[in-house]
Design a protein around this ligand. Sequence first.
Ligand code: C5P
Length: 218
Amino acid sequence: MKPPVLTIDGPSGAGKGTVSRSVAKKLGWHYLDSGSIYRSLAIAVSDKQIDLLDIASIVDIAKAISLEFECGDELVVKLDGVDITDRLPSEATGNVASIIAAYPDVRAVLLQKQKDFQQAPGLVADGRDMGTVVFPEAENKVFLTASAQERASRRYKQLKEKRIDANLAQITKEIEARDRRDQERASAPLKAADDALFIDSSNLSVDQVIEEVMNLIR
Ligand code: C5P
């Protein structure tokens, strides 16, 4: 018997990270932030100044990188032994991540890295295709969304708290562009699994969303 998995998919800024981390903590389960895998690869590709159309080189880098995730109070991510945690949240990293995430060969290389997180006693997996592609057999699936405006304003506050320079109008535009790219790509597009519980968090507090997810597990 494989350990149980709860998948939480949805567009960027819907609150998946906060909800997933909190639910994982309550359950004592592991946590997979799959976006940080694509973001880490984006950083590796940007640092090596690889052309974003050079798919073969990006695939080679995806095969070669070593990623370590240390899940304490805050997630710490090391790329080839170097702590890149502070570089992960920026919009620039997210945009490069979403461009390279559209390449099927890149997704294929990163698939096993994500499956390896399915460890006892259980896993909360957060991303775009957790319930549809990576863990289609998961017994509990959630699709968490919110309006683009609400998500942009949350992302803006998050970046400000981290003292990262941000502009709300620009973030809204980027979130809409990223949504489009994630939804329209041919390979593992962002969409709710047929058996997912759909939650629109636009008018819900974080605690209310967590409660709904915990009710599903119960
Ligand atoms: O969730 P986050 O904003 O960190 O993800 C960054 C980008 O990585 C997304 O816009 C998406 O293109 C890609 N991604 C993905 N599949 C996942 C998680 C993230 O394609 N499971």
